[in-house]
Design a protein. Sequence first.
Length: 299
Amino acid sequence: MNRFSSMCFIRNPLAGNRQGDVEAVIRGMLSGMGIVFETVCTAYPGHGTVLARKAADEGFGLVVAVGGDGTLNEVGRGLVERETALGLLPLGSGNALARALGISLDPAQACRALLQADVRPMDVGRIGDKIFFSTAGVGLDAEVSWRYNNRSGRRGLLPYVALTVEAFWSYTPKEVKVILDGGATVQTRPVILTVANTAQYGSGVIIAPGARPDDGLLDLCVIEDVGLLRALGYIPRLFTGTVDRMSGVRLFQTRTLRIVQPAPGPLQVDGEAVMGDATLDVEALPKAVRFAMSGNREP
């Protein structure tokens, strides 16, 4: 039996490079199933949030983000603290949340899984006035996201790695103070300072191996200022989930934290680059979203 009687698919027509005729896949999968469904496209930044709220107000049982992590962020933002369930058809270049939750990257398989998906509560993170589902950061990852999102040409892992190496040469780490729950303070000059709700950046890069989106906590990963050769040595660890075993890497778990920087600067939120304030308050929002995922997967 289908879990949902109505579904609204919100598609970003600019996301990723693997879309094909995803609307045909949706129609082919759902037609004749007795499910009321519609597909709508975003037309401007933030439109996904507006469309998700509208779909929830109209009584759709499931709202599905069709796109990458940025699309998921927009759509999910509109469903925080609402009863309407959130689903995902991943079509982005990184697909951090899909990989973390074991959602198929094949649109047909992901759509089929929604028919029998369980709805489970999932945490989200808040940094400043932004919501994130996977990660947010203020270090080199923010700089790379800024460059990646503003470049033209091929997307995917290899261009991202090339940009990371290029940015590393010109990036100057800044002194940052982090205040954790209970007042513990971390004074650091990090290359990477990432707050994670799930383990992955995307494309298989695991930045916080112990992060889970259902434990009410955020995982803070701090990678200290290191030289290029040492940094290159970290790369295999990022794909095997063992970066925490490297010297200069510190991991913390906390429900809230405050990041104090010398000045405002770039901020990475689910892979999208925005400008962030000098002081950023961060918190976990436990069970803030009801997420639809295959019954044999754990969040």
